[in-house]
Design a binder for this molecule. Sequence first.
Ligand code: S3P
Length: 437
Amino acid sequence: MSGGDVWTSLRAGPLQGDVRVPGDKSISHRAVMFASLADGISSISGFLEGEDTRATARAFAAMGVRVEQPSASERRVHGVGLHGLAAAAGAIDCGNAGTGMRLLAGLLAGQSFDSRLIGDESLSRRPMRRVIEPLGRMGALIEAEEGGLPPLRIHGGRRLRGIDYALPVASAQVKSALLLAGLYAEGETTVVEPHPTRDYTERMLAAFGWPIRFSEGRASLSGGHSLRAADVVVPADFSSAAFFLVAASIVPGSDLLLREVGINPRRTGLLEALRLMGADIVQENRRELGGEAVADLRVRHARLRGIAVPEALVPDMIDEFPALFVAAAAAEGETRITGAAELRVKESDRIAVMARGLRTLGAAITETPDGAVIQGGRFGAGEVDSVGDHRCAMSFAVAGLLADGAVRIRDCANVATSFPGFVELANGCGFALGTAA
Ligand code: S3P
């Protein structure tokens, strides 16, 4: 997909409307996985029809799971039970999805058959040692390319045993990979995190009937139980809402309502950061949806000021930094980001890509190894490269709203991995976003 669509984002606004962004990516991946391994038929509503999550659904179909699509954003999954998967005929293609590949690595390490996981250009550069090493301690055998890069060859028929593992970096993907392998392990698997991360795996395993103990930053489970089919309702993805939270905050006159957004506290660090910057975002109609807290988020334009982003917020807003870079470039004064070196190993090196792009538009940004220093001010026209990173592409589109001229954004096709229909939805709220193949 690399080198695909070019977008042009023009100064526009105010942003107005009442919208629901697509379903949560993290929850959609996990829902397909657990439903596939459960006994019985599960239904998933609000499923993200993105390339990443569709790749995960295809992976399970390739391993013998009947996955029906009664309508868009719905899946009916005929679970095959914990030991009911069959070897896929060929390699399993995870596309652009780190979550897909890392969680599957844990899950497939417990099967009786061998598997091979491949990914696109971006995923093929992402570090897998962080899962290979601890899964190896559990008894798994996973071979990677030099440097611990994909493709992964996962050997089946291994006896796994539970371990106690202290994660060196805060990562929900690594935690989840170990817990998934733990379903197949003898004894107890315990994962302790340096900072609590999103707990969807823990919560969803419990909802599917697996005994699990978890609290902030810690989770334990034992092998030898089973998963019961369950119905999953997927809230709107906070990470997709984030582009609109920033856009409406920075464009004068904006007043936008984002409906049914998942507000799990391990995801909403950006709300706190934007509030510290002076944003006007109100949570309305807080409620539970399928066991997750959701709210309608009303965001109105406000004058933003630069801040030092508290490091404690970083894991809770790890996917939102590309959008925050734009908020900071549009704010008054200086924003300092530290403690965010993980951004360099996401779908792209997000510190480098955002700094380069915003600098091209005239913003003053200094990169540091674990963050950036951004001077807010005006920025102008220019051509930027998203290098195929969906979140960078959408963030540059937000920057275009305030630029003194057209912002051309290269390589935007991968936006479909997490946010199908972004262009239409954004233009419906007041963006002036044009596309050309
Ligand atoms: C995810 C965890 C995070 C996040 C990613 C989704 C998940 O990755 O960046 O978009 O669904 O578990 P890390 O675990 O690498 O921090």
